[in-house]
Every structure is written in C-alpha cells, then in structure tokens.
Design a binder for this molecule. Structure first.
Ligand SMILES: [Zn+2]
Length: 155
C-alpha cells in the first residue's frame, strides 16, 4: 500500500468506547479495561463508540449554529428599525437568507435532538439549541409583524 492510500486516505484513527463497568474511555478492540480490569464486550464497546461519535457531531454542529446568534439580534434590530430605514435597506429583511438559521436549528433537532445520551455537553448543546430556536422564531415573528404593521400604516 502506498503512502497516499495508507496515511492520507486511510489514516489510523483511534475509536474509543466506554467500559461497561467503569465508564472510562477505552480503545475499541482492547480485550480488558485498563482502568478496572473488566473483560470488555466488544459489541457494546463498539456501540458506545458510535454513540460517542454522533454525540460529538451533535455538539460540534450546535457550536457552529450558536455563532449565528448575533445575526438574530441584527434581524430584530432591523425589523424594529423598519419604519425609519430607507426603502432599500428594508428590502434586506425579506431575503430568504434570514430563514436559513431557523431551518438549520430545526434540522439540528431532527438530526441530533433525539439522541439518548446523558452526556453533559450534549445536554448543554440541546439547551443552547432550544434557546436558539426561540430566538430565531422571535426574530422571524418580529420581522413579519413589523412588516404587517408597516403595510397596514401604508409605509
Ligand atoms: Zn473499566
């Protein structure tokens, strides 16, 4: 096997699962837990490794979504300022882009929201996504409501 194939395309990664007895992270295929000497069930070690992987993915995705937060405040600010803004600036509020974060948060819940994990970081990420959902729903509602008011008052 050449270098490219071995080192770049198939790098050796350490897959870690949790010991069934003590819960410590152990490399998959380790026969015996180095922490508590329990003989490890490889299937359940592999299952917990998979779980760790999806939980890590969910957390990292939530961390990215959290960075959208300032944009929600900007949307609220622009919506409230709709009545004083120039017409061309007001049009900025209708670009579909503003719906993207809301849909992204909803997709996070569809993809990652139902994990049966008690991982503290995952639970925190889920909490963060709930508040992101509320924030983006509120920002979108304020945008629509101020739009309706602006139309109603003929502006
Ligand atoms: Zn152990």
């Amino acid at each position: 096997m050449n270098f490219l194939q071995k080192e770049v395309l198939q790098p050796e990664i350490t897959v870690m699962g949790n010991c069934q007895a003590c819960g410590e992270l152990v490399q998959v295929n380790t026969p015996k837990c180095p922490y508590c000497d329990t003989l490890l069930n490889q299937q359940s070690l592999l299952d917990s490794a998979k779980m760790n992987f999806v939980v890590t993915q969910a957390i990292s995705s939530a961390n990215t979504i959290r960075t959208f937060r300032p944009a929600a405040y900007l949307l609220i600010l622009l919506s409230l300022g709709r009545f004083v803004l120039e017409h061309s600036f007001r049009n900025l509020l209708f670009v579909v882009v503003w719906l993207f974060p809301l849909f992204t948060v909803l997709r996070w819940f569809m993809k990652h929201g139902g994990l049966n994990s008690s991982d503290a970081e995952y639970l925190e990420a889920k909490k963060q996504m709930k508040s992101a959902l509320i924030l983006w729903l509120a920002a979108t509602l304020i945008n629509w409501i101020t739009f309706a008011v602006a139309i109603g008052s003929g502006k």
